[in-house]
Ligand binder design. Structure first.
Ligand SMILES: [Zn+2]
Length: 481
């Protein structure tokens, strides 16, 4: 006798069934029930109630959506390169459900007023977002009001990059770390030492070097190694939490590993371009490959893969940094803008590496979702699939072959050295808090504006500031009462 169908339960909005759930630890067949934007149950489909809508994920894998702690959406100020609508659409198409967006816009996100302007632009976002506040030489008086205004983390440009924000002195960095440490927010570091690079670039340019490889020559790995070491010392002294952005060299791994061993709350990311390109890229792509820090020699690429395998590197981010094509393609390397689009291409590129056996799917989930969620205080609301979590989900097809096509990407500045790269493994559906922002490879345009700031759920562990009696605030209040 046929079993009666389970009664339709209007409390369940969506049931994803037939797929394989991938976590940082394992793979198992299972269904995911979603209601009110959250996961309400995970288990065998038969044990779950029917829902208003069912998604058949047979043959597909169900992952927590990627959390990219490093994107530049360029708005306000540089909207010919990218804006929040196009940048977050690229995220949605790339299986990225939360982004942390960088402050080198115009105006830079250095004051509460600029933060308000940034939040206004971000209202168009398809995906959830955290906003970085700027940590600069001249905005220390604004750091606390930026925290009160809801920044999710801070960005410190130890080396100059796009936007020409002067890098703070070590003195300003220390004072900023003292101010931020008691609040517990993480400080992300563009860890390249500006004074070393400026001198070398000037010497190289004066000697007539304008070729692509001059960019690499101006930024030897000591640039990054010195910056990571110095920032780690300041973090250790103050108890501030730090994150090393875009690790490009094997040499940086030593100070990172040593700081972790000393108990510093320090995390690190690398990006697909450092894992997939080497010095040959300067000959192949010319100025298109210019990025800060630079793509380095094969020995560094090998060290980065080893750093992923031994867990020294915690996560994979993108440094999504779009520019107009004419800003990228320059005869004089010093005139080419640095960086390229990335938030849409990370997942197919890295799933291709999973397919090639260079990392497991579980490790990929950890590095792109679970680890960033933990580092930035979003876990377990995000970065994991479990009852109670936000239904931020990407459904992927590990078998699907495709290629990166620059002209198909959502970014305004879609020039990328990965153009025409064959890939295996593709995000098929992306959900942000239970809502499809991409379905069957189609952007759901009416979900522009669905994204929300992460502040409502962000919860960093209890801060552990140190050497409080030596902070600038302590010594300047001495004697006053
Ligand atoms: Zn960046």
């Amino acid at each position: 006798m046929p079993q009666p169908a389970p009664p339709e339960d209007p409390a369940i909005d969506l049931l994803i069934r037939g797929g394989t759930i991938a976590t940082e630890h394992g793979l198992y067949p299972g269904a995911v029930a979603i209601a009110g934007g959250r996961i309400v149950a995970i288990g065998e489909a038969a044990s779950l109630q029917t829902a208003r809508e069912t998604l058949d994920a047979t043959g597909l894998h169900i992952l927590p959506g990627a959390i990219d702690p490093h994107v530049h959406f360029r708005e306000p100020g540089y909207t010919h390169k990218e804006d929040w609508e196009t940048g977050s659409a690229a995220a949605a198409m790339g299986g990225v459900t939360t982004v942390f967006e960088m402050p080198n816009t115009d105006p830079p996100t250095a004051t509460p007023e600029a933060l308000a302007e940034k939040l206004n632009a971000a209202a168009k976002s398809y995906v959830d977002f955290g906003i970085y506040g700027l940590l600069a030489e001249d905005n220390l008086q604004h750091l606390e009001s930026l925290i009160a205004g809801g920044v999710a983390a801070f960005k410190c440009f130890m080396g100059n990059t796009f936007g020409n924000l002067p890098s703070p002195s070590t003195g300003a960095m220390l004072e900023a770390f003292e101010i931020i440490a008691p609040h517990g927010l993480r400080i992300s570091l563009h860890a390249e030492t500006a004074s070393i690079m400026a001198r070398r670039q000037a010497r190289l340019a004066a000697s007539g070097r304008h070729d692509p490889l001059a960019h690499l020559a101006s930024r030897p790995a000591i640039v990054a190694m010195e910056a990571v070491s110095r920032a780690a010392l300041l973090a250790e002294w103050t108890g501030a939490r730090v994150h090393v952005l875009h690790i490009s060299s094997g040499d940086e791994l030593r100070p990172l590993r040593e700081a972790k061993q000393r108990g510093v709350d320090i995390t690190g990311e690398t990006c697909p371009h450092y894992l997939l390109f080497n010095e040959q890229a300067y000959h192949t792509f010319g100025s298109l490959i210019r990025v800060n820090p630079p793509v380095r020699e094969q020995s560094h690429q090998d060290a980065l893969w080893a750093g992923l395998a031994d867990r020294t590197i915690d996560m994979i981010a993108t440094d999504h940094a779009p520019h107009a094509t004419e800003e990228k393609l320059q005869d004089d390397i010093w005139c080419a803008d640095c960086g390229f689009t990335g938030v849409e291409t990370q997942m197919p590129l890295m799933l291709t590496q999973v397919a090639a056996g260079r990392m497991t799917l579980n490790h990929y989930v950890k590095m792109t979702a679970t680890a960033p969620a933990r580092a930035f205080g979003l876990y377990p609301h995000k970065g994991v699939l479990q009852p109670g979590s936000d239904a931020d989900i990407v459904v992927i097809d590990l078998q699907r072959e495709d290629k990166v096509r620059s002209d198909q990407l959502q970014s305004l500045g879609s020039a990328t050295p990965f153009d025409q790269t064959p890939t295996k493994g593709l995000p098929v559906h992306t959900l942000v808090r239970g809502v499809f922002v991409m379905k069957s490879r189609e952007l759901i345009e009416e979900t522009s504006g669905h994204g929300r700031p992460v502040g409502r759920i962000q919860h960093m562990p209890t801060p552990a500031p140190r050497n409080l009696e030596t902070t600038t605030a302590a010594i300047t209040s001495c004697g006053k009462s």
